[in-house]
Design a protein around this ligand. Structure first.
Ligand SMILES: *Cc1c(COP(=O)(O)O)cnc(C)c1O
Length: 232
């Protein structure tokens, strides 16, 4: 199928998941995860109506951004090194991957320099996987959220997680539910805006994530096809 056809089909599946649990589909934003894909693929998605794109590497994001139309909203979803923060602060709508106070402080510093307030999410390692960033420790995460909330040039919007890779997406329902419950628990809830962001769900499990309350789903393969890392 074409990229446009894929976007339609992913959107229809999001709509179906919303319908099953009585949510309004307008509450869910589909992020087109274009990492490793050539500009031609992004342009095709744009022509099909996509306006929200996500990349996981700063260098790739800043290379693609000036080549694409200006009405695109860009998101950074991958691990962010402190020395790269200055290249993206104020340019991306949302940084999904704040996993330490050290990183948050650097974003705050660069945002202050740039005279902006940078919206961010805290990345939570819900399943406690060794291979992933962030921690599953609820107390440590609560502490991180509290500390980040005090940084004046950051706007804490919500939480993000990358669930484990599983064959049956139902296995991840518990993690999506736990993330939502954590976001809405005391005192965590108080640090976030009235309509907080829950960034969860990828190609393999976005419908389950939507059923469990995701407001942003990050879909790459389901829109652009398999990634070929060998060519990079
Ligand atoms: C690559 C990536 C995605 C998209 O993964 P797919 O399985 O291709 O949909 C989502 N989130 C993050 C953080 C990613 O790095």
């Amino acid at each position: 199928m074409s990229i446009g056809g894929n976007i339609d089909s992913v959107q229809n599946r999001i709509n179906g998941a919303c319908m099953r649990v009585g949510r309004d589909a307008s509450e869910v934003t589909l992020l087109c995860v274009s990492k490793t894909k050539p500009l031609s693929a992004l342009q095709e998605a744009y022509k099909a109506g996509a306006r929200v794109f996500a990349e996981n590497k700063v260098q790739e994001l800043t290379a693609k951004m000036p080549e694409m139309p200006e009405d695109i909203e860009w998101h950074l979803i991958g691990h962010l090194q402190t020395n790269k923060v200055k290249y993206i602060v104020g340019k991306v709508a949302l940084i999904h991957s704040v996993d330490s106070l050290h990183l948050a402080e650097e974003i705050n510093k660069q945002a202050e320099k740039a005279g902006c307030v940078q919206p961010v999410l805290i990345e939570i390692n819900v399943a406690g996987e060794e291979s992933k960033f962030g921690t599953s420790d609820l107390e440590a995460n609560t502490e991180l959220i509290r500390n980040v909330s005090e940084l004046p040039n950051l706007k804490l919007m919500g939480l993000m997680t990358i669930a484990p890779y599983v064959e049956d997406p139902e296995e991840n329902r518990i993690y999506f539910r736990q993330l939502r419950e954590f976001l809405y628990s005391d005192p965590v809830r108080g640090y976030f805006p009235e309509k907080p962001v829950l960034s969860m769900g990828m190609t393999g499990d976005f419908e389950i994530a939507v059923e469990e309350g995701a407001t942003h789903v990050r879909v790459g393969t389901g829109i652009f096809g398999e990634r070929d890392y060998g060519k990079l």
